[in-house]
Design a protein around this ligand. Sequence first.
Ligand code: SF4
Length: 136
Amino acid sequence: MLDFHCVRTVCPYCGAGCHLLLEVLDGKLVGTLPCKEDPVSDGKLCAKGWNAWRYVEHPERLRTPLLRRGSVLEPVTWQEALEFLAAKLWGIREEHGPQAIGFFASAKCTNEENYLIQKLARAVMGTNNVDHCARL
Ligand code: SF4
């Protein structure tokens, strides 16, 4: 017997925050549906919302951080990638000062994640250079 159910969630693609239903068949994501009771989208989705499920199992989806070594991008652990990034940021800050660093947040992050990015910029790195892709 097939196991089919829907999981209600929020579209991750823009700040409109349309609710959508993820269609799950035998434990695998197979589609999205608009959520008729959602007052934001009024039961409609744009092309991004309708296709929001497709990247999950896409064969070219990046599933691990990549670090450039010479001309080659090598898969590394999150720990390795974050340590590399922290060392680079602190090195730039020490050599050129905090104003040499800027943080660019994303509409694909949650409000809480965007809050943490500006907190990292201001409280940890000492810069007010924070911007957001929604201003472009
Ligand atoms: S369905 Fe379209 S308009 Fe709605 S949140 Fe997703 S990207 Fe934005």
